[in-house]
Design a protein around this ligand. Structure first.
Ligand code: BG6
Length: 300
């Protein structure tokens, strides 16, 4: 999709704070800089690619080998996976993780709430392209609030006369010093399905990663903390409208199989995803909506 960057700036630019930029090597993006943080959001997928609280390293991670192309997902930041998470439940030819991350979204509002806080709202509603992949009438709204914390909220509005069931994720990729030097707290004693084996299990200690991990934690609406002993920081992830969390790191062999992922990049990323996955699928009544939201912040 082509954007009229001048028109977007005319309509939505916030002087000294928020600008639309057309970049040759990536897709059109929004740059935000306020007193608390900087951020970059791609219009493709309404995908937050960078969130850097003042005086810190970026909290989000993006692969150096990511595609930046219409119809392909960007590898990193916070891809919005919707209206299904993972493989489509009945048609494996449909795109993994739904289509929200494959299309351009429209900006419908920008606002400087105060010097520290900037809000951007995007929308993606049913159209002839989405109808080929999912037969429903819908409107997805995504709101990002950039400030001392990062708030990201996806609202799925069912515009049909029948209930619609969705699965979804705010598939957050976090920037870490070294995968062997972090611990994830919060998921102790929570039952998970291991997507690599299909088996259910739980652990009573924080997660330490030394091999491929791909798990869906069930019945979990609490907070996770990624404790990074090298960067001396903890990333806190809290959430709403989510009763499952996915933890994913591809490790060596899977990294090598993914064309848009560097062979060594598994060392500096971890996904802790705010999801509605597996038995946490949500059925939305006619003309009602569901919101999946996360708040990401640094604890020093
Ligand atoms: C995770 C899944 O959420 O996303 C993994 O649990 C998957 O199984 C990963 O490999 C990346 O998916 P994709 O489609 O972005 O390569």
């Amino acid at each position: 999709m082509t954007y009229d960057i001048a028109e977007l700036n005319e309509k939505y630019r916030i002087h000294n704070t928020l600008t639309f930029v057309s970049e040759p090597d990536t897709l059109p993006a929004i740059y935000i800089a306020n007193d608390a943080a900087t951020a970059k959001i791609s219009l493709h997928g309404a995908q937050i690619l960078s969130y850097t609280p003042r005086y810190h390293k970026d909290i989000l991670w993006v692969s150096k080998k990511s595609y930046f192309a219409d119809g392909k997902p960007i590898r990193g930041g916070i891809p919005i996976c919707c209206p299904w998470f993972g493989a489509h439940p009945s048609d494996s030819k449909l795109p993994l993780h739904g289509f929200a991350r494959l299309f351009s979204w429209n900006v419908i509002d920008t606002k400087a709430i105060d010097g520290d806080t900037t809000r951007i709202t995007f929308e993606l509603c049913d159209n002839s392209n989405t109808k080929q992949l999912w037969p429903y009438d819908f409107c997805f709204t995504f709101t990002a609030i950039i400030g001392k914390e990062l708030h990201a909220a996806l609202t799925i509005q069912n515009r049909n006369n029948e209930p619609v069931t969705i699965t979804a994720a705010l598939h957050s990729y976090f920037n870490i010093s070294d995968i062997t030097k972090i611990a994830i707290h919060g998921l102790e004693n929570v039952t998970y399905t291991d997507s690599l084996t299909g088996e259910k299990s739980k652990e009573n200690s924080p997660i330490i990663i030394n091999k491929e991990i791909d798990r869906v934690y069930h019945d979990f609406s609490g907070d996770c903390m990624i404790d990074d002993s090298v960067l001396y920081r903890t990333i806190k992830i809290s959430k709403e409208g989510s009763n499952s969390t996915v933890v994913w790191n591809p490790w060596i062999a899977k990294s090598e199989r993914m064309p848009d992922f560097g062979n060594d990049e598994y060392k500096t990323m971890i996904c802790v995803e705010t999801t509605n996955a597996l038995d946490d699928a949500v059925t939305i009544k006619p003309f009602e909506s569901h919101t999946l939201a996360t708040c990401i912040e640094l604890k020093l």
